[in-house]
Design a protein around this ligand. Structure first.
Ligand code: ADP
Ligand code: MG
Length: 526
């Protein structure tokens, strides 16, 4: 029987794990690293690079090196998060035909699932090399806060990479699975995950093989990169003050600064003081200028304190949603590279009144949980019962631009819920069902997942027809909606397919293109 792998497809780094004889193994890549940068690049001579190879050349080829694609996946081009990415990214983000953001490299516009697929394929390859056999199935994790479109796009990415995605599970849930693996008894656990680009918090209850998520929340646009940016600003300001030179207009200098800022930030997790040295960063009237700036841990903490506080505001909301008090939590599990920062650890400890659990590796725990889930999907014995929740409320737009919630956030999935709606005009023969996800009372402020029209409603006075609208959320968190006219029995349904997700034909086309490309590469290398 072939093996199912668990993949943590991170914004910044990805990780793959598998269960061997009941024990999880995190698989190292050829370079010996257990995590692989989620980066994709095309070189001047057309070579495609993924992971460490892509990262290594990012400074000199920044325009053709894609990172943090996960911040774009499943969003509409006009979404504020995408616009923010356009301002921040050295690579080009363009509007795709489905109003989705696409990444343009060397004249070709890649969809986000396509870019993510390059990383998934690399993780698949790493696993195959280790296992010595082909792998075709995987469990992939996503932030709990991902909406329906983002989940579907992640599934598409799996397909493009040649993987059947058996299940999409939430990263914090995966982390809790890994933490609770072979741990008897009853515990309430908070998982605080601060990665490079996203922040997630979940409160879970575990008791002998049942893992129930009580509440989840997060921010898909907050992470270690925000910390880096604060440090870059600080370096830019300090350099301008001392040298009178503004480096903001120099893309190459900015790339080097960004790299150095991240290194300094990581250094300061272990040391009180560090120095950023960037020789030949600019040239003045009297020759080259070098940047050399000391940063202390105190300075770093001052620069990012509000970012850390923002995560704790979200934690507060989540704990409240779970119906618990901070003191009710038995264990705090920290996930994500950014939680290595002492300030993050102390703020979280202060809030919960306890120090975090030390037994898990914050970089690997999500992939381990995905591998555990993969195994339990294969075998019925000993399998864990996972009761996850939907992170965002679901409903439809009603007359006057209101949002009618059918499923509240933090409802356990899978779930099916229905509600009867009616017409607003006499003899109205059709209704348009606009499916929304979000927390705002005004329909327009929520995410539109998709829309469809139910036609053939029997002529009647307004308010008389009974239209049963039901929502289904499956175990992957993927939504389908149906509407039925109770009088005629006529039904319309959709698996919600918002702009940005790819059709089966498009996916097939991308797979074929890839194959073409692979052939071209072999010829080129001869
Ligand atoms: P993601 O889940 O987004 O892929 P990771 O969990 O790999 O991200 O975390 C990446 C982030 O963690 C980066 O912003 C990185 O700078 C930060 N990070 C890694 N190691 C450390 C460290 N020792 N101290 C502080 N931040 C760190
Ligand atoms: Mg992560």
């Amino acid at each position: 029987m072939s093996r199912v792998i668990g993949i943590d497809l991170g914004t910044t780094n990805s990780c793959v794990a598998v269960l061997e004889n009941g024990q999880p193994t995190v698989i190292s890549n050829a370079g010996g690293y257990k995590t692989t940068p989620s980066m994709f690049a095309i070189t001047q001579d057309g070579k495609r690079l993924v992971g460490h190879l892509a990262k290594r050349q990012a400074i000199t080829n920044s325009k053709h090196t894609v990172y943090a694609c996960k911040r774009l996946i499943g969003r509409r081009f006009d979404a504020p998060e995408v616009q923010k990415s356009i301002d921040l990214s050295p690579y080009d983000i363009v509007r795709g035909p489905n109003d989705d953001p696409r990444i343009e490299i060397g004249g070709k516009a890649f969809t986000c699932p396509e870019v993510s697929a390059t990383i998934l394929r690399e993780m698949k390859r790493v696993a195959e090399e280790y296992l010595g056999e082909p792998v075709s199935e995987a469990v992939i994790t996503v932030p709990a806060y991902f909406n329906d479109t983002q989940r579907q796009c992640t599934k598409d990415a799996g397909k493009i990479a040649g993987l059947e995605v058996l299940r999409i599970i939430n990263e914090p849930t995966a982390a809790a699975l890994a933490y609770g693996f072979n741990r008897p008894g009853e515990e309430r656990v908070a998982v605080y995950d601060l990665g490079g680009g996203t922040f997630d918090i979940s409160i879970l209850e575990m008791s002998d093989g049942v893992l129930e998520v009580l509440a989840t929340s997060g921010d898909t646009f907050l992470g270690g990169e925000d910390f880096d940016r604060r440090v870059v600003q600080h370096l830019l300001d300090t350099f301008r003050e001392s040298e009178g030179i503004d480096l903001r207009a120099d893309p190459m200098a900015l790339q080097r600064l960004k790299d150095a800022a991240e290194k300094a930030k990581c250094d300061l997790s272990a040391r009180e003081q560090t120095e950023v040295n960037l020789p030949f960063i600019a040239s003045g009237d009297d020759g080259p200028r070098h940047l050399s700036i000391e940063i202390s841990r105190d300075t770093l903490e001052r620069l990012v304190e509000d970012v850390v506080s923002a995560t704790l505001k979200t934690v507060e909301v989540c704990v409240k949603d779970s119906g618990l008090q901070p003191g009710d939590i038995d264990q705090v599990v920290l996930v994500g590279g950014q939680t290595r920062m002492p300030l993050v650890q102390s703020k979280v400890a202060e809030y919960f009144g306890r120090r975090a659990h030390k037994g898990v590796n914050p970089d690997e725990v999500v992939a381990v949980g995905a591998a555990i889930q993969a195994e339990s999907l294969l075998s019925d014995e000993d399998s864990v019962l996972l009761l996850d929740v939907t992170p965002l409320s679901l409903g439809i737009a009603t007359f006057g631009g209101h949002f009618a919630r059918l499923i509240e956030r933090n409802t356990t999935v899978p779930v099916r819920k229905g509600h009867i709606f009616t017409t607003t005009r006499d003899n109205q023969s059709a209704v348009k069902i606009r499916v929304l996800q979000g927390e705002a009372d005004a329909a327009a402020e929520n995410d539109l997942l998709g829309e469809f029209v139910l036609t053939g409603i029997r002529p009647a006075r307004k308010g008389e027809p009974e239209i049963d609208v039901s929502f289904d959320i499956d175990a992957n968190g993927i939504v389908s909606v149906s509407a039925r006219d109770l009088a005629t029995g006529k039904e319309q349904s959709i698996t919600v397919n918002a702009t940005g997700t790819l059709s089966d034909e498009e996916i097939q086309q991308i797979i074929e293109d890839q194959e073409l490309y692979e052939v071209a590469l072999k010829e080129g290398e001869e």
